[in-house]
Design a protein around this ligand. Sequence first.
Ligand code: HEC
Ligand code: HEC
Length: 337
Amino acid sequence: MLRKTTFILIAIAAILVTTITACLHEEKKQATGDATTVSKKQWLVPDTAELSNDDYGKLVKYGRALVVNTSYYFGPNGVIAHKSNGMNCQNCHLNAGTKAFGNNFSLTASGYPRFKERSGTVETVVTKVEDCFERSLNGSKIDSNSREMKAFVAYQQWIGRNVKKGTKPEGSGIEELAFLDRPADTTRGRVVYVAKCQTCHQKDGGGIPNATKTGYTYPPLWGNHSYNIGASIYRLSKFAGYVKSNMPFGADHMHEQLTNEQAWDVAAFVNSQPHPFKNTSADWPKITTKPYDCPFGPYADRQFSKTQRKYGPFGPIKKYYAELSKKNNKEARLIAK
Ligand code: HEC
Ligand code: HEC
């Protein structure tokens, strides 16, 4: 009897020690400010059906509707205002921004406000929504005090509320693809496009409008009604990563239909086609922080051509800037001493 009790006590103590060690380890990781502690856990997306029909519940559900049917409210024939092209947020943030590797919103609530290098300012969820209106939807800002903006924000805060700051659930955002060791190839990309994309997005890249002309059944990929050159998806890594785990429509991360090469090449083809212009000269005020695949200057080096910035190979550019940043940090530390 006594032996059994001792055994149970020892077992409990062992479990406690393991748990405490694991927690301390987790805390240590977070204390380093590393926002990319990738968890193996999937994001448990809350279901809007659980919301009650009070004012708050209605606001969150309205936010979801705005993400899904943006064009109905704000497109060229929008019932609220004409602020955007005919695209919906959901075209790029699939399943209302909840799909694994579908450019989801798992990190939005926990990730903002934070400093962003592109604007050189502290951005909030409001700024991000405005950004996507001005760039991805090639339009203009909506009123930041409107019920609509409150709904966009409420939806973000609500669906992301279970994600702890500093952790990153599996499948967040967009898949990061391994680089090619050659430039992405627009000619090969065209072949992929014709075989795997054209039936829906059409030969001229203009997509197919829906029956009521309030938006698209198949959204445009280039041309006047598409995203502009300031949109993140105009960067090859974002386009290729998005497409790899989501296109042709119906694909997902567990059932991908393109090889890495096809994804990079089709990205090169689509983003070599005309897109609306956007003045991006104020982007990345600190030019050493410009991403390796930012297709417009000025750049902090003379080493890599504009073509390499747009089509790659990106490996050498990324390495160059990683080393530069290490060197700068070291110098900064020496100065601080
Ligand atoms: C043409 C594609 C596209 C459309 C349409 C689009 N977005 Fe985005 N959005 C992106 C990309 C790409 C990113 C950046 C993802 C990254 O950096 O990995 C992004 C980022 C965001 C983020 C920040 C996510 C985070 O956690 O950092 C928010 C919030 C957002 N979009 C909201 C919206 C809203 C709201 C709309 C509609 C008004 C919209 N987007 C329309 C492509 C799009
Ligand atoms: C079966 C039809 C279909 C095929 C084939 C298809 N797509 Fe799509 N695509 C869609 C639909 C539908 C959406 C919008 C999804 C949503 O709103 O839920 C979309 C959205 C997109 C978007 C983001 C929105 C935009 O317009 O910029 C990109 C980029 C994209 N597709 C690229 C591709 C590429 C590249 C291929 C070929 C490899 C491809 N698609 C094949 C139906 C298709």
